[in-house]
Design a protein around this ligand. Sequence first.
Ligand code: NAD
Length: 279
Amino acid sequence: MESAVIRRKALITGAAGGMGRACAYLFGATCDLVLSDVSKDRLDAFAGELRAAGNIVTAHAGDMLDEAHLAMLAGELDAGRPCSVIHTAGLSPSLADWQAIMKVNLVGTEMLMAALEPKLAASSAVVPIASMAGHMMPVIPDLDALLVDPLNDGFIQGIGAAVEAMGGGDEVGKRGVSYSLSKRGVHLLTERWGMKLGPKGVRVVSISPGVIHTPMGLSENEQTPGAADTMNAASIGRIGTPMDIAMAARFLCSDEAGFITACDLKVDGGSTATVLSQR
Ligand SMILES: NC(=O)c1ccc[n+]([C@@H]2O[C@H](COP(=O)([O-])OP(=O)(O)OC[C@H]3O[C@@H](n4cnc5c(N)ncnc54)[C@H](O)[C@@H]3O)[C@@H](O)[C@H]2O)c1
């Protein structure tokens, strides 16, 4: 006999990474999981671990910039049924050059939203993971005008001039600027898609983490100048955990957050406020 209880699907990107794994552990208790990551080996191993623990898991390895992969993920969502999407796939300054950072973090997020839009039923929620870095840049209207159109053919070229100038022509500087701008772009995208999908009953809320104890967070602390200062700025007195982010995402996807959309939630232990107050 078929079960009368219909479980929500939770699509988690970057599922082999630190935050993605924590989200999978948490959402897997109540949802059927659809997991994606560019790293097939790590994804398959994690999916196997989750299945062995009794979770219902579908896993697709692929790149966030690959339209066919995104279409496959959209195909996993059931038309007319609400779902939760937690989009953690991303690159930080120590992991890639500035173009890759901008493409994966911002262009990939916009491509994901476009691919999922037709399948997002009322009561669905999408939580893109942004960063406190997106709150650190001064708001420059001309730059925002570029960041709201990441699928434009000339986007990377156009934003490149700003990255070059603001990064002082230095590779490390350019990566940091690209990361911050890409996350500012995710904040803007969240507002835009939240306003667009609100009338359908679909919510879009980004999370801006502070420094979180994941492979990426640890890599930044070791390799990116100034990152350790940011970690120490958490007024709560500790580094964040991946589960801090997963629990915030679970709340944002729940009906209890039903009036929250088109905005960003900082989950940073007070780091953003502390750093900005010291400038
Ligand atoms: N860790 C931190 O301190 C921190 C702070 C602020 C924001 N963030 C953001 O949180 C998100 C998750 O970070 P994390 O710490 O879990 O990182 P992580 O490196 O542990 O996980 C990210 C995952 O994304 C995957 N990925 C990278 N590029 C991809 C692509 N092109 N297509 C598909 N998958 C891809 C990686 O394989 C990895 O498994 C990122 O967007 C990051 O920018 C992290």
